[in-house]
Design a binder for this molecule. Structure first.
Ligand code: HEM
Length: 111
C-alpha cells in the first residue's frame, strides 16, 4: 500500500517517532533549549505533544507516572540541590518506542 507517497510492503512495520514530532521547528522553535515557558505560552494538541504516545496503544501508566513525577520532584528538589556529573550534552538512546538519555543523566547532590 501507499501511505503519503511511501510504498509499504506486506510485513513492514511503521512506528511513529515521538522524538521527531517534539523537534519540529514549527511547533518547538529551538527544540534543544530547555524552555518550560513554551508550555505556558501555547497549548499543544495530542498530535503535537505526546510523551505517552497516542491512540489505542497509548501508555496506560500516564496518570501514575505524572503523579509520581510531581510527588518525587517536589519532595527531592525542595530538600536538595544537584549538579551534573558530566556537562557534556546527553545523547538519546532508543528504548522501545521511547527515547531515554544514553548515559542516564548522572547527578551529585551539592547541598
Ligand atoms: C514518564 C514515564 C512514562 C513514559 C514517558 C511512558 C511512555 C510510554 C509510551 C510512549 C508508550 C507507547 C504508547 C504508544 O504506543 O502509542 C507507553 C506504553 C506503555 N506504558 Fe508507559 N510511560 C511511562 C510510564 C509508565 C508507567 C509508570 C507504567 C505502568 C505503571 C507504564 C505502562 C505502559 C504500558 C503497559 C504500555 C503499553 C501499552 C500498550 O501497548 O497497549 N508506563 N508508555
Amino acid at each position: 500500500m501507499d501511505v503519503l507517497g511511501y510504498k509499504l510492503e506486506p510485513g513492514e512495520i511503521v512506528v511513529g517517532c515521538i522524538y521527531l514530532v517534539h523537534h519540529r521547528s514549527d511547533l518547538y522553535p529551538n527544540s534543544h533549549e530547555f524552555n518550560p515557558q513554551r508550555f505556558i505560552d501555547r497549548t499543544f494538541t495530542p498530535y503535537e505533544f505526546m510523551p505517552f504516545g497516542g491512540g489505542v496503544r497509548r501508555c496506560i501508566g500516564e496518570a501514575l507516572a505524572m503523579y509520581e513525577l510531581k510527588l518525587v520532584l517536589a519532595q527531592v528538589l525542595s530538600r536538595y540541590e544537584f549538579s551534573l556529573v558530566d556537562s557534556a550534552p546527553e545523547l538519546p538512546r532508543r528504548r522501545g518506542v521511547t527515547l531515554a538519555p544514553a548515559n542516564g543523566v548522572r547527578l551529585v547532590r551539592s547541598r
